[in-house]
Write a protein that binds this ligand. Structure first.
Ligand code: C2E
Ligand code: CA
Ligand code: CA
Length: 502
């Protein structure tokens, strides 16, 4: 601008001197400079405009990214819980105008925690992703207004624009079938199942919280009946939960009220035909609820932590029982006790067992503890360390329910166990299915190769017994010999068999 000013001043001076030719030339020069100046600014403006566009694009991308973080789950690449609430709010709020209705399939991977603990979190994350991919692959879900969400951890929800119970069930079965095939992750093959709770809206609820609560309840019921299945919400489920709360309350006082009692099921050595031990099994005679199965109350006691005190009582009681038998019959007999994973995880578990043996005076070689594979998987290294300590003390370790968990040979070798107990389901199969017997004979041979003894659980039929004899099974336990007996029942049995030296 200053140049322009100088030139203009110079022009005026020339005008005064009335040199027209020079004025003409200088005017052209001024115009020329003006044009150059203007085009320079136009370019600058264009640059500025392009920059603004870029910034805008950047902002939009950032906005999209933020939306993704807020509404999508980066592990599974699915919409997340926030998006679920957003979409469900839209659906439920239009119910008076559009009558939005549909179903919700609430799913949870069975025993996912074990997968994480065993293979690590990165492996677990890859599994979550693969599970999401399987959900996405279902053709019947890929429709307008159907959605798949990863809610948190190992929980997924599928919202279907379908209120028809039969059709929803068909899709539920289709989803379950996706899991018959193993997953291959980092060269490991892993079999995974899911449990599912199904609710319909608005039939089962008008608010998201109500719908989720009921879906959770139905899913919990599916888990309760053995996982790997689905349950449609029914109003009686609510009553069952209320009943559970009542049980929980009664369980809290059951020990003080002396409502527990141990029963003992004899184990028979197949070579000698003699009783070689007893498994102690707890019984609860509740004043309020009558007799409750351990299958029902042990899981509750585990969840509430009550199992710690109850478990200590069981070990003491079983040790005292073994002492009374030794005293009465002048012959020691082994007693085994079921240990819950919650107990095994306790820091002072080994100490507690040691103290109980000392206080009751029972020789450690007369005590057995039964642990399940799933109990060990929950904290593998810690459990092994504790079992080794117990084994070194002379206590026998039984692997309970063998065949129902991972049953990997690799880790069977690492476990400090003496005996495996083949689960009743295998013993049942052995006379139903042709292959059943073969599996058992292979398990027995393998166990013997590893210097382990084998107990067959839940033997009920003569046909099972004769096969087990043929396969060289060491010990059997089951109704074919006796149910679990109260202490008086044990005395009657032993008195009866006393002539035969048990
Ligand atoms: P488990 O340790 O596998 O115990 C075997 C179950 O099978 C017992 O049921 C036993 O009575 C039953 N059983 C034995 N032989 C036969 C048979 O021939 N046929 C049939 N149908 N059943 C047979 P129970 O006493 O109801 O115990 C069920 C489960 O509850 C046990 O399974 C165990 O997991 C748990 N449990 C029982 N007592 C205790 C305990 O003192 N502590 C802990 N932590 N858990 C216990
Ligand atoms: Ca057992
Ligand atoms: Ca068992």
């Amino acid at each position: 601008m200053s140049i322009l000013l100088i030139i203009t001043l110079f022009n005026i001076e020339l005008l005064i001197k009335t040199d027209y030719k020079a004025i003409y030339l200088i005017t052209i020069a001024i115009l020329f400079i003006l044009v150059i100046y203007l085009s320079f600014y136009v370019n600058k403006l264009k640059e500025l405009e392009a920059n603004i566009k870029l910034i805008n694009k950047d902002l939009l991308e950032k906005q999209e990214e933020l939306k993704k973080i807020a509404y999508y789950d980066y592990i599974a690449g699915l919409p997340n819980r926030n998006m679920f609430y957003k979409i469900m709010n839209e659906k439920l709020n239009t119910r008076f105008t559009n009558q939005a209705s549909g179903s919700i399939l609430y799913m949870d991977i069975d025993n996912f925690k074990n997968v994480n603990d065993t293979f690590g979190h990165d492996f677990g994350n890859l599994l979550l992703k693969k599970v999401a991919e399987r959900f996405k692959s279902i053709k019947s879900i890929q429709k307008k207004d159907n959605y798949i969400f990863r809610m948190s951890g190992d929980e997924y929800i599928i919202v279907l624009n379908c209120k028809d119970e039969k059709k929803t069930e068909e899709i539920a079965i289709e989803i379950q079938n996706l899991f018959t095939e193993v997953f291959v992750i980092l060269n490991e093959e892993i079999k995974v199942s899911i449990s599912m709770g199904i609710v319909f809206f608005p039939k089962d609820g008008y608010t998201i919280d109500e719908i989720l609560k009921k879906a959770d309840l139905a899913m919990y019921k599916a888990k309760e009946v053995g996982k790997d299945g689905y349950k449609i919400y029914e109003s009686k489920m609510k009553d069952e939960v209320e009943n559970r709360v009542l049980l929980e309350n009664s369980l809290r006082n059951a020990l003080n009220k002396e409502e527990f009692i141990l029963h003992y099921q004899p184990q028979i050595d197949l070579k000698t035909g003699r009783i070689c031990g007893f498994e102690s099994l707890i019984r609860w005679e509740s004043w309020e609820h009558g007799r409750i199965s351990p299958m029902e109350f042990i899981p509750i006691a585990e969840e509430t932590g009550e199992i710690i005190e109850i478990g200590e009582w069981i070990i003491r009681e079983a040790c005292e029982f073994a002492m009374r038998i030794a005293e009465k019959y002048k012959k020691s007999i082994e007693v085994s006790v079921n240990i819950s994973p919650v107990q095994l995880k306790r820091l002072n578990f080994v100490e507690m067992v040691k103290r109980t043996l000392k206080e009751t005076g029972l020789d450690s070689s007369m005590l057995g503890i039964e642990v399940t594979e799933t109990a060990l998987m929950e904290s593998f290294d810690d459990s092994i360390k504790k079992l080794e300590d117990l084994k070194n003390m002379g206590i026998k370790i039984y692997l309970d329910d063998f065949g129902t968990g991972y049953s990997s040979l690799n880790y069977l070798l690492r476990l400090p166990i003496h005996t495996i107990k083949i689960d009743k389901s295998f013993i049942d199969d052995m006379i139903i299915e042709k292959k059943g017997g073969k599996i058992i004979s292979e398990i027995i041979n393998l166990a013997h190769d590893l210097d382990l003894k084998v107990i067959a659980e839940g033997v009920e039929e003569e046909a099972q017994l004769s096969k087990l004899r043929r396969y060289n099974c060491d010990i059997v336990q089951g109704y074919i010999y006796s149910k679990a007996l109260c202490e008086k029942g044990v005395y009657d049995l032993l008195d009866d068999r006393a002539k035969a030296n048990y």
